[in-house]
Write a protein that binds this ligand. Sequence first.
Ligand SMILES: [Cu+2]
Length: 119
Amino acid sequence: MLRKLHLVVATALLAALTCVLPASGQAAPRRIEITAKRFDFTPSEITLKKGEPVVLVLKSADVPHGLRFRELNVTVNAGKGQTGEVTFTPDKTGTFVGHCSVFCGAGHGSMTLTLHVVE
Ligand SMILES: [Cu+2]
């Protein structure tokens, strides 16, 4: 009887640990996938939380592109048909406009992505 109780307790503990661990901050940062192609980013708008680390994954669907948030000092580049990534933690709230950082043609100047950072 006692043995059975131990087993139940151990199983419950294990279940509780399994639930708690991924949420403990040890988990890998959230990955945000962005596709770049002449002349836009998809999605064109993303929202992140201040202080929460993320990985921005930039995939190029055609020519080389980049994405730079000057105010946040963040840049990620993706070669022709390739993927690049950068890990960063937004340290201020606000709305930031990222621009394509690799010249990619006639619409390059208007190729932007809007980033909202909230509390
Ligand atoms: Cu460009």
